[in-house]
Design a protein around this ligand. Structure first.
Ligand SMILES: [Fe+2]
Length: 242
C-alpha cells in the first residue's frame, strides 16, 4: 500500500518548504482515509523537503460539508496518534472552500478558518464558474481576507477567454498552481495553461493538492524529469512567506 515510501534515496526537493494545498487530514474528504495513510503522505512530503504543512480539506456543498468541528477533530486525531514534532513537520489547518451557497452561509456566520495571514484558499466547481467571482473576491477582501484561487489552470471554461485570469489577479486574487498540472497529470490543456500562467508571472503559490499515493508517484516522476527545472526557472512563489 505504501510502496512509494521505499524509494527514499535522492528524492528531488520541492522549490518551497511550506505546503499550502493538500488533503492529508484523515477521513473527512476524498484525500487520506485514515491516520495511517495521512502519516505515509506526510512522510513523503518530508522527503520532498517540506517543513510546514497547511492542511486544506474540502468544504463543498453536498459532498464534503466540513465544519470547524469536523476539521478540528480530524487534525487533533492525527496529532494525537502521531509524532509530527519528532518528524520535524509543523502541521496546521485551514480548508479549500468551494465557492457555492454553503460557502456564502459560512461567510455570513463568520465560520471561516483562515490560513496564516488571513489568506483563504477558494476554488470553483469544475463544471461552471461561481456566478459572480469578482464580486465575491471583493467581499472577501472587505472582510480582511486575502483570497488565493486554487488551481486556476484546471477550469476549462476559462481557457477560451483568458482575460478573467488577468482581471482576477489584478484585483488582488492570488493564484495557486498544482504541481500535478505541470506534470501533465490531469490533461494537456491544464498543463498548457499552468505554463502560460508561469509565463505571465501570475503564479503566486505552488501546491501538491496531494490526496493519495497515485499523486505521490506522479509528483515524484515530475520532480525527476527534465521539465521540472525548466518550469521553475522563471517562477517566484510566496509559499514560504505564508
Ligand atoms: Fe484540493
Amino acid at each position: 500500500m505504501f510502496n512509494f515510501l521505499k524509494k527514499k534515496n535522492n528524492t528531488p526537493k520541492l522549490p518551497y518548504t511550506t505546503e499550502v494545498h493538500c488533503h492529508v487530514l484523515p477521513g473527512i474528504d476524498d484525500g487520506s482515509p485514515d491516520v495511517e495513510h495521512s502519516l505515509a503522505l506526510i512522510h513523503q512530503m518530508k522527503e520532498w523537503g517540506l517543513e510546514r504543512i497547511i492542511a486544506t480539506p474540502h468544504v463543498t456543498e453536498a459532498s464534503f460539508e466540513n465544519t470547524p468541528q469536523t476539521i478540528g477533530s480530524a487534525y487533533s486525531r492525527l496529532c494525537q496518534e502521531t509524532n509530527l514534532d519528532e518528524l520535524g513537520i509543523k502541521l496546521c489547518y485551514s480548508a479549500e472552500y468551494r465557492m457555492d451557497d454553503n460557502f456564502l452561509g459560512i461567510l455570513q456566520r463568520e465560520e471561516i478558518i483562515p490560513m496564516p495571514g488571513n489568506h483563504i484558499l477558494i476554488e470553483n466547481s469544475f463544471l461552471q464558474p461561481f456566478w459572480n467571482i469578482k464580486s465575491l473576491v471583493f467581499d472577501l477582501q472587505i472582510k480582511g481576507l486575502s483570497p488565493i484561487l486554487a488551481h486556476p489552470e484546471r477550469y476549462a471554461y476559462y481557457y477560451d477567454d483568458k482575460k478573467i485570469y488577468k482581471e482576477l489577479h489584478e484585483q488582488g486574487c492570488e493564484f495557486q498552481v498544482n504541481l500535478l498540472s505541470l506534470a501533465g497529470y490531469y490533461n494537456k490543456r491544464a498543463k498548457e495553461v499552468a505554463e502560460w500562467l508561469i509565463s505571465k508571472q501570475m503564479v503566486d503559490y505552488l501546491g501538491s493538492d496531494l490526496h493519495n499515493s497515485s499523486h505521490v508517484l506522479h509528483i515524484n516522476k515530475y520532480l525527476s524529469g527534465k521539465e521540472y527545472p525548466k518550469h521553475m526557472r522563471n517562477i517566484h512563489i510566496k509559499n514560504n512567506h505564508l
